[in-house]
Design a protein around this ligand. Sequence first.
Ligand code: PXG
Length: 293
Amino acid sequence: MGLIIYLDGKFVPEEEAVVSVFDHGLLYGDGVFEGIRAYNNRVFKLTEHINRLYDSAHTISLEIPLEPKEMHEVILETCRRNNLKNGYIRPVVTRGVGDLGLDPRKCPRPTIFCISDSIQLYPEELYQKGLTLITVATRQNLSEALNPRVKSLNYLNNILAKIEANLFNVPEAVMLNQEGYVAEASGDNIFIVKDGILITPPSYAGILEGVTRNTVIELARAKGIKVKESLFTRHDIYNAAECFLTGTAAEVIPAVKLDGRLIGNGYPGEITKELITAFRQLTQTEGALIFPE
Ligand code: PXG
């Protein structure tokens, strides 16, 4: 290990990167985070991730005591200090240290840290063969409560979904929203292909609006593939020609079975494969440079 961590204005060895037991990020899940990838000496979609971090913070009335451009530099510098050119980056902002009550007014200063590390990927075999999914009983949160668009430190709902998937030994869970429409997977967005059209739930469906999702929509449109953001049900997945998930960690990964029903012919589809290739190409060439080239 031996990582260097950014913590509240300093770069410290990981053993020294500790937060208080009174930090409301720990006590209440009161905070926000991002998961970002670096590929080939470039931080992919850094501005988009920073924008989402600040939007999430704004929604929970958490004022981040750094300008977005300072956060940008913190993230790049964390990569540099760890000599990281490929990997996973995790900036976190918590409400900070307070007392044992809920009241965020008792937390004078947010805690900010940033970790960069290597990433454990899904085995390549799953990208070739596709994932098996199940629909879980845990529904996505109501948008009127903790909106799923906020990437908050309170991920218990998604973890409950993941536990259900684990019980069935499948790698991902499909979560429905409160109306029973498909929302997303526990840590990924979902797409289907039907009649040559790419369809994904809209951002108001009770989803995190994924950076990978938005990138795939752009890539598909640039290839002349029609994209629709619309609500659908499990029936539409069972009867889709193709299905895939998107996320910073998973990238674009095919899904070939849901709740025991084969999707399409049970193999990753052509549009899915085309988008996997296009996405991989983009990650190698686009992003904020870590070390000068
Ligand atoms: N939906 C949810 C609920 C997520 O947490 C995505 C979609 C995909 O968004 P991006 O911007 O990454 O394309 C996420 C991202 C994990 C893990 O270990 C996944 C995420 C966050 C933290 C850990 O699978 N999610």
